[in-house]
Ligand binder design. Structure first.
Ligand SMILES: N[C@@H](CCC(=O)N[C@@H](CS)C(=O)NCC(=O)O)C(=O)O
Length: 222
């Protein structure tokens, strides 16, 4: 089957975009990428993105929004699969993707909120979620064992973000989640994960947090 022409509409720091790029790279799908400024999106963006968010995948002349439908579509139009074949195992993978979305939301709020209470609550949520993840994690090296999956594609950008935050604040966020610390290290060394962002990502992300003037940035002294 010949593949359609694919173009990913992106924002350089977006973790949801990264999961789509990781999937494109893992499945060796040719694609183009266009970065937009989310603070000042081009007018055409509103025609292709009903929720006004990235990523959007342009498939020939049509658009597909929401990162997981994009990743699953890419997985389905290419040989092999990044999900388990067994329906129950696949459903459980999707449930852990949802868990990852919650973790990502808490990590984002913890690092960008201007409210002390929100900072504290979300930091606690991040640590609790990592601990829970550690209890359910089955040993690695990847989420499903030897095979890299879409669950890994979802968590890798979260671990990249947490790694930057740890570096800025000098604290060990994984102290109660040793298996997750190892999983994070494995993922952050994988080629598709490394290539899913621009070389300046860490600096750009730190700048973004600094500019937010958040409680996190104040406490980290950046
Ligand atoms: N549920 C969406 C979330 C995507 C998302 O939140 N993208 C952010 C950038 S990281 C965005 O476009 N925000 C723009 C806005 O909310 O106006 C997905 O999985 O694709």
């Amino acid at each position: 089957m010949s593949l359609p022409k694919l173009k990913l509409i992106s924002f350089a720091l977006c973790p949801y975009v990264q999961r789509s790029v990781i999937t494109l790279l893992e499945k060796e799908v040719p694609y183009e990428i266009e970065y937009i400024d989310l603070d000042n999106p081009p007018a055409w963006f509103y025609d292709v993105s009903p929720l006004e968010k990235v990523p959007v995948l342009m498939v020939d002349d049509e658009s597909l929004f929401e990162s997981m439908p994009i990743c699953e579509y890419l997985d389905e139009i290419t040989p092999g699969t990044l999900y388990p074949e067994d329906p129950f195992a696949r459903a459980k993978n999707r449930a852990w993707v949802e868990f990852g979305n919650e973790l990502l939301g808490a990590a984002y709020t913890y690092s960008t909120t201007g409210e002390e209470i929100g900072y504290k609550q979300n930091l606690m949520t991040v640590k609790d979620r990592l601990e829970t993840l550690d209890e359910f994690f089955e040993g690695g090296p990847y989420f499903n064992g030897e095979a890299f999956s879409l669950v890994d594609a979802v968590y890798a950008p979260i671990f990249r973000m947490l790694g930057c935050l740890e570096g800025m604040q000098g604290q060990d966020i994984y102290e109660d989640a040793p298996q997750i610390a190892r999983w994070s290290e494995t993922l952050l060394q994988r080629s598709s994960v490394i290539k899913a962002v621009q070389a300046s990502f860490n600096d750009d992300f730190c700048d973004y947090i600094k500019r937010s003037g958040s409680i996190f940035a104040q406490k980290a002294g950046v």
